[in-house]
Ligand binder design. Structure first.
Ligand code: ADP
Ligand code: MG
Length: 245
């Protein structure tokens, strides 16, 4: 598997608070990587550093072998290669569903509207939302909004799609439809990095699981290794806690 993103000695601090301490890992093409860990362990900050919504304090992020933190690197271009799906959807509430999926393609990728519309419709079909093109976000359920957010991200043809707890803000009955959509994407070969509390999903869909604790990668492995044979005491304690409540 070829490396798309390599993270080397990544550190991030907010004032005196060292939130990421020395993160090293590689995202490979076609891989589904899930990140789990307690609240406050640094998972969101890690994702936000990968797509440079936060500026790392030190370390390297290599995209296809080039350090994106080097002076002069084309950051706007880099950002277009990464999609992000947030817990809180972040749709444009003043735009209908299809406009949400068209606008970035036109403004950022400079596609013409017709092409952008075709691509938007393809992706809305993929997530089962093609019947809602004219709806405004306020008219949709949480699960529907999140599927539109996924279609919007896909419409930018990202190399890697990052998800930050995409089902945490949903009513329980909506979680399944979003996880199903994400599983379909995983099966289609999309490269995905997913922060999630859905252990069943992580076990079923991941190629690799990362467990973060207090700003470090405390353990990393295949789902089989990780869930059936965790090595570290803090992994065992975490799994015991989340799987027994
Ligand atoms: P998680 O996503 O695992 O719950 P976060 O990455 O959100 O964890 O947060 C990790 C730590 O970083 C927390 O202590 C949080 O308060 C701190 N933190 C996150 N973002 C900021 C910020 N913008 N400014 C200051 N501290 C932050
Ligand atoms: Mg978080």
């Amino acid at each position: 598997m070829s490396a798309i993103i390599e993270i080397k000695h990544l550190k991030k601090q907010f004032g005196a608070n060292e939130v990421l301490k020395d993160i090293n890992t590689t995202v490979h093409k076609g891989e589904v990587l899930t990140i789990i860990g307690s609240s406050g362990s640094g998972k969101s900050t890690f994702l936000r550093c990968i797509n440079l919504l936060e500026k790392p304090s030190s370390g390297e992020i290599l995209y296809k072998g080039e350090n994106v933190l080097e002076k002069g690197y084309n950051l706007p271009k880099y950002r277009t290669h990464l999609g992000m799906v947030f817990q809180s959807f972040n749709l444009f509430n003043n735009m209908n569903v299809i406009e949400n999926c068209i606008s970035g393609q036109v403004t950022v990728l400079k596609r013409n509207r017709e092409e952008a519309k075709t691509i938007a419709l393809e992706n809305l079909t993929k997530v089962g939302m093609a019947a809602f093109v004219s709806a405004k976000p306020a008219q949709l359920s949480g699960g529907q909004k999140q599927r539109v957010a996924i279609a919007r991200a896909l419409s930018m043809n990202p190399d890697v799609l990052l998800f930050d707890e995409p089902t945490s803000a949903l009513d329980p009955e909506m979680v399944g439809e979003v996880l199903k959509t994400m599983k379909d994407l995983a099966d289609s070969g999309l490269t995905m990095v997913i922060v999630t509390h859905e252990m069943g999903f992580a076990k079923e869909v991941s190629d690799r699981v990362i467990f973060m604790d207090q700003g470090v990668i405390a353990e990393e492995g295949t789902p089989e290794e990780f869930f059936a044979h965790p090595k570290e005491a803090r992994t065992k304690e975490f799994l015991h806690r989340v799987l027994n409540n």
